[in-house]
Design a protein around this ligand. Structure first.
Ligand code: TRP
Length: 458
């Protein structure tokens, strides 16, 4: 363990940084649109159950592995299981970071462009006209240069924050941005609820409609509970590695999950109250954010302000997630290759940005290097990471603890810092077994779907 390894400045700083990683684009558009379309409150009940079992178990597992080894994923698995293949779980995480950040950076750029459009009154002419909003969005993302300029700016900011380090970069910015996200979303939610007809949006989001809760909705809830807390690629291992032994890892993980869920729900309230009050279409997918909202906001009094607030908070959510992805890559080169933080961040932040440029090009503005797969490169990267790399990484992490490290060794590290709290190792074990099985099922279902053309369930 290196003597001068960086550490978080405070307990709160760590929790805000970890929840900053968890709270991302997934919370602000994925949860609301999925819950709305798949049974409202019924979906939310399943999602809560999943996140309290699978999400909690694996967040804690990643924190424990990181804090125990004081290393990022590759080094961590190598230290706990020397000369075995387990280090490949770490490499899978680093690879997933490259894959995710390349397209996440492109979307970060889109958000930036929408802040500027909203500020400059560019949404005004889209008022109530989703067709026009859709044309604007599609023309933008399929053009060659303009999305790339915004993407470069977004990636530049990520690199800037990560070069400043754990305490002076990640922690400092998370402490500013996370409270702002909550406050701004709260303001938007109150605005939405006080609009005439806004409450219909709340019942769309939360009323349990069990008839809409199909098997595929349950699989979606499982997968999302995993994605939304950034599991499976060692982000939480890396963040855990900057912790000292005083932190209670279970309460920290509960905080992260609580903030992640609360912010997702608040986003749902803010979005659907506004959309319903103004007669918009509660669509699913990126259209909800980039097409419906820009046509709805300008119909509100002060619409320029509300639209700008929304895209700024979405931008902050994306940025605090993106930096955590870049940190996994940077920490690998610092821990395993002995590079300086600056060199690692600049070089690999640069490489990821270039891969991202090809993601953007693949949407219509240039070459599509995966054209032969019948899919844009952008979609291939999204698909690979969220359907395969993250679930496989998360499942292997749970199996690692159960099969290789051993539950008793694991419990020793887990219990450090939680004196006075009782935790039964059989309960921890059951949770981990359920998590591994659940994730294995999701992966199997996906592979079966690819081969047989239909899912086992859903
Ligand atoms: N949790 C992020 C969101 O909700 C997305 C995400 C998935 C992520 N895996 C990650 C972010 C790994 C950072 C690191 O948008």
């Amino acid at each position: 363990m290196s003597q001068n390894r960086e550490q978080w400045g405070s307990k709160l700083g760590f929790i805000l940084a970890a929840s900053g990683s968890a709270v991302g684009i997934g919370n602000i558009w994925k949860y609301p649109s999925m819950a709305g379309q798949n049974g409202g409150g019924a979906f939310t009940i399943i999602y809560l159950a999943c996140i309290l079992i699978v999400g909690l178990s694996i967040v804690v597992a990643e924190f424990v592995i990181g804090r125990k080894t004081q290393l990022s994923p590759v080094g961590a698995f190598e230290q706990l299981a020397p000369n075995t293949n387990w280090k490949w779980v770490g490499f899978l995480g680093v690879a997933a970071a490259f894959v995710i950040l390349s397209f996440y950076g492109v979307v970060g750029g889109w958000i930036l462009k929408y802040i500027i459009d909203s500020l400059s009154g560019g949404f005004t002419e889209l008022a109530g006209n989703t067709d026009a909003a859709s044309v604007v969005f599609n023309e933008f993302i399929t053009s060659t240069f303009s999305p790339i300029i915004y993407q470069l700016f977004f990636m530049g900011l990520c690199i800037f924050v990560i070069i400043k380090g754990v305490k002076g970069g990640i922690e400092k910015w998370s402490k500013i941005m996370m409270p702002l996200i909550v406050v701004l979303l709260g303001v938007l939610a109150i605005r939405g609820m006080t609009l005439e007809g806004g409450m219909a949006g709340i019942s769309f989001l939360f009323n349990p409609r069990f008839e809409d809760l199909t098997a595929s909705a349950i699989v979606l809830a499982l997968g999302h509970s995993f994605f939304t807390v950034s599991l499976g690629m060692g982000t939480m291992i890396t963040y855990g590695s900057y912790l000292n032994k005083k932190q209670n890892l279970v309460t920290s993980a509960l905080w992260v999950i609580f903030l992640d869920t609360a912010i997702a729900m608040l986003a749902g309230v803010a979005i659907f109250t506004t959309v319903f009050a103004l007669g918009g279409n509660p669509a699913e997918g990126p259209g909800l954010i980039f097409v419906i909202l820009p046509s709805v906001f300008p119909q509100l009094a002060g619409g320029t302000l509300w639209g700008t607030i929304f895209f700024i908070l979405l931008f902050m959510a994306a940025l605090t997630s993106a930096i955590s992805i870049l940190e996994v890559v940077t920490a690998y080169f610092i821990d395993q290759k002995g590079w300086s933080r600056k060199k690692a961040t600049l070089q690999f932040g640069g490489v990821i940005t270039i891969v991202g440029v090809f993601c953007s090009f693949s949407l219509g503005g240039g070459i599509n290097i995966t054209g032969f797969l019948g899919m844009p490169f952008f979609d291939v990267m999204d698909y690979l990471s969220s359907k395969y790399m993250l679930p496989i990484g998360g499942m292997l992490t749970a199996i690692f603890i159960l099969k290789k490290w051993g539950i008793s060794e694991y419990m020793i590290e887990l219990k450090t810092g939680m004196e006075g709290m009782n935790l039964s190792s059989s309960l921890v074990k059951i949770f981990l077994i359920i998590s591994a099985l659940v994730v294995a099922f999701i992966i199997f279902n996906e592979i079966y779907f690819e081969i047989a053309g239909k899912a086992l369930i859903g």
